[in-house]
Design a binder for this molecule. Structure first.
Ligand SMILES: [Zn+2]
Length: 134
């Protein structure tokens, strides 16, 4: 039985990669043929918070009503990492289409650092594509 693992560049998502030696801890290092970025494959990651795609999951989960501690538990990453993703996130919404037949609008409330800093957020959601539109 052969197991095939497809490795993509975490930056530009191309499969044009090559091996580039080993890291000091013995993990295989790869180099992207397009953008030149060096990285370690997801299958060798020790900490789940470094997996590619996990940042996108962290960004979408609060919109679905999942709290910060629950995100940390489900994705097996620290609360600090979850909060840092939200702090450093660029949340400018860019819709992929110019027209949507049906959108759902919802709101959620959160706190910005302190309980005094209550912040409300209203967003529009396209259920069929899973896209946040506005
Ligand atoms: Zn790349």
């Amino acid at each position: 039985m052969t197991i095939t693992i497809e490795i993509k560049c975490p930056h530009c998502h191309t499969t044009n990669i090559s091996r580039n030696g080993k890291k000091g801890n013995g993990k295989q290092n790869y180099r992207c043929g397009r953008c030149g970025r060096q990285f370690i494959g997801d299958y060798q990651m020790t900490y789940p918070g470094c997996l590619s795609g996990v940042v996108a999951m962290v960004k979408i989960m609060p919109v679905r009503g999942i709290g910060i501690p629950d995100i940390s538990t489900v994705l097996k990453m620290s609360i600090t990492k979850v909060l840092n993703v939200h702090k450093s996130g660029n949340y400018a919404v860019r819709p992929k289409q110019t027209h949507y037949d049906c959108l759902e609008i919802d709101e959620f409330w959160t706190y910005g650092g302190k309980k005094k800093n209550k912040v409300g957020c209203i967003y529009a959601y396209h259920r069929e594509s899973g896209e946040i539109v506005a």
